[in-house]
Design a binder for this molecule. Sequence first.
Ligand code: UDX
Ligand code: ADP
Length: 462
Amino acid sequence: MPKKTENKNILCIGAGYVGGPTMAMIAKKCPDRKVTVVDINADRIKAWQSDKLPIYEPGLAEVVSETLNRNLFFSTDIDKAIEEADIIFVAVNTPTKTFGEGAGRAADLQYWEKTARQIKRCAKSDKIVVEKSTLPVRTAAAMRRVLSEGANGVNFEVLSNPEFLAEGTAIRDLEMPDRVLVGSAETPSGLAAREAVVDVYASWIPRERILTTNVWSSELSKIAANAFLAQRISSINALSELCEKTGANVSEVARAVGADSRIGPRFLKAGVGFGGSCFKKDILNLVYMCESEGLTEAADYWRSVVDMNEHQKNRFVKTMLRAMFNTVAGKRIALLGFAFKADTSDTRESPAISVAKLLVEEHAQVVVSDPHAIENAKRDLAGLEEFVTYERDPYKAVEGADAVAVLTDWSEYKNIDWQKVYDLMRKPAFVFDGRNFLGHAKLYSMGFHVYAIGIEPKSHFY
Ligand code: UDX
Ligand code: ADP
């Protein structure tokens, strides 16, 4: 029997931002395999089967429509899907714990453990179980323990294959990843399982980009990569504050620093702070692991990356307040962009949440606008209806506003008719560019008072 026909049936448990796009790409690239994605959330599954996918991601709808019901299937029948699968990817959520030991830092593994127990209960043949969600180091060992005791003769091989896709560019990242990482036990059965998972990706990814390691390196590498990326953003954001005090321009500094080939230009964009479901959670997880091992200095080092990010968000609102004569009470402030970055509807940990809440504390009248994230924003700001309204159309959002704060780098905000925006606003009109991506000189010449990050303000008052 040729090896490629083995381990044909793939299952992913968890149909979220990671599970959905990743499995759609595997289905596209491996038409001879049956790929099933299951979730406990029936609405989510229904949405994946409809014209309105549960997440916005450029190019995703095309991949799903090409593969849906051909070799990509969505279902809520988790038990049956487990029974039929050979390789099971686990992509359930692992949020930061909100209670008990490690609250606010450690990963909450309850969904993950429930999944492991369900796999054990339903499996009637050997399975390769692959951790796709980001998990603390040595989770695979715990998973193996949960799976192996009382397994009725079924063998489970637990692997780590973290997903490095970034939202907004998920399809490109999945199609041409910098690397794919597969970690396994270095035993004969572990290595065989590793080959089976490598085979899936080798259908479209050059072999030399598929890195193989032991399980613990793989688990830690994912957390480490996110910590490094976030650390670069906090570093440039820390410099942005100094730039504002000294007359240096943070974009120029980033360009000069990033031109060093040892450093590189990416992830050096100063802004209102990083968001997304991964960076904060993964760093806090890293902090907790360091603390658990008694590595106080290492824990403090990584915690400072998150602290700097919180400071950057608070600082942005303080700048708004100061610029607007120390009061925003009753003022209409339009937030253009609520997603944590462009090209996604995801608002998890979006800096816009903090900015909106801080402005509400100051009794501002906040209008939230976003091309794809309004529904999520409504959930994030539930209970604040007295102070917050929603308006998809940016021109309606800015009508009569005293200030506009651009919080997401959607290209439509760069290309908006800013003269029209100015004309619609109350004067003096302020613009706060939380992403440093607007044409500041042009805005200033229109009459705006322009505040960006790490750049001297352009105000007509001085
Ligand atoms: C990240 C990692 O990039 C990805 O590899 C991992 O799998 C998941 O976490 P994601 O959170 O989707 O991906 O988006 P990313 O592009 O990394 O941006 C994260 C946040 O950092 C966004 O809020 C973004 O606006 C911000 N950012 C990014 C900056 O503020 N400056 C930059 O230079 C880059
Ligand atoms: P990510 O961004 O990591 O993909 P999401 O929160 O978007 O995270 O997706 C995780 C998905 O996992 C959710 O749709 C959630 O309903 C699902 N999930 C959580 N626990 C289980 C479980 N025990 N069985 C099946 N699906 C689960």
